[in-house]
Design a protein. Structure first.
Length: 277
């Protein structure tokens, strides 16, 4: 079991709304509030989807620029990790816009997924290769988002072909409709499918968030929490902030004898370059 845990806060997502939980951020001020609450509680990474002020998801480069600049001002050393997943229906070029800002890190989705109804989250092999090439040429650390075993297999095949550089960092997302279930069995199976030396984070969706977070820490992995994945702090109780979810993970980690990684420690653990000061 690793003695340091990297906590990622997925503060907004593209699908959840204020109708579901009024604390979901839409405006610049709300984004800064939520990022700061998570950072001050112990998050080393802010996973970022962009929204317009009315809540509409966007991959607009300039909207990302404004959000990133404001979050960096409030949380100077935090790692900001833009999503290149965007929202269903977006084109590859739309989704790649935040990479033009040369962030330290970004997500790289490794497979297509049936999100429910007629919604398909499309990530063809050629799209994954294109996204990986963009990240490689810009020096962006990819977090390999995998919702199922086949996504891990795809990532490893593209590593062997030279499209994705090592060392690898995975985000195992469990409990999404169409993906692997948010169960201990599936987490064990997917972690055992990772190559030796890879680092990994787990994002449990909904009620799976807390048990899988604890399980990940015991197994030597890292944790993602936040409104993107879960709006409820407990049964029938809405989460008040992203920081509240981070605080709970920090408390449990300390009970397990673990330390919380700072952003600079996270960079070192994930084989990223040191922060530019």
């Amino acid at each position: 079991m690793s003695n340091k845990v990297i906590i990622t806060a997925a503060i907004s997502g593209a699908e959840v709304t204020k109708e579901m939980n009024p604390a979901v951020p839409y405006t610049l001020e709300e984004y800064v509030r939520e990022a700061k609450s998570a950072y001050e509680a112990g998050a080393a990474i802010i996973h970022l989807h962009a929204r317009w002020d009315d809540g509409t998801p966007t991959q607009d480069r300039e909207r990302f620029r404004v959000l990133i600049d404001a979050i960096q001002e409030a949380c100077p050393d935090v790692i900001i990790q833009p999503s290149t997943g965007g929202a269903t229906g977006m084109t590859a070029e739309e989704r790649l816009q935040p990479t033009e800002l040369n962030p330290e890190m970004a997500t790289l989705d490794c497979g297509t997924l049936n999100f429910g109804g007629d919604e398909i989250f499309v990530n063809t092999e050629n799209m994954i290769i294109e996204f990986a090439a963009r990240m490689k040429e810009r020096g962006i650390k990819p977090e390999l988002e995998c919702f199922d075993k086949s996504h891990i297999d795809m990532a490893l095949r593209l590593v062997r072909k030279g499209h994705i550089p090592t060392p690898l960092h995975f985000d195992i997302v469990l409990g999404v409709n169409g993906g692997a279930t948010g169960t201990p069995r599936d987490l064990l199976f997917l972690v055992e499918s990772l190559p030796e030396g890879a680092t990994w984070t787990v994002a449990g969706v909904g009620r799976a968030q807390l048990p899988l977070s604890v399980m990940a820490m015991v197994m030597g992995g890292h944790v993602r929490v936040g409104f993107e994945d879960n709006l409820m702090y407990s049964r029938g109780v809405l989460g008040e902030s992203n920081g509240q979810f981070v605080e709970r993970v920090v408390r449990i980690a300390k009970e397990l004898g673990l330390e919380i990684a700072t952003p600079d420690e996270a960079r070192e653990m994930l084989s990223m370059p040191p922060r530019k000061k």
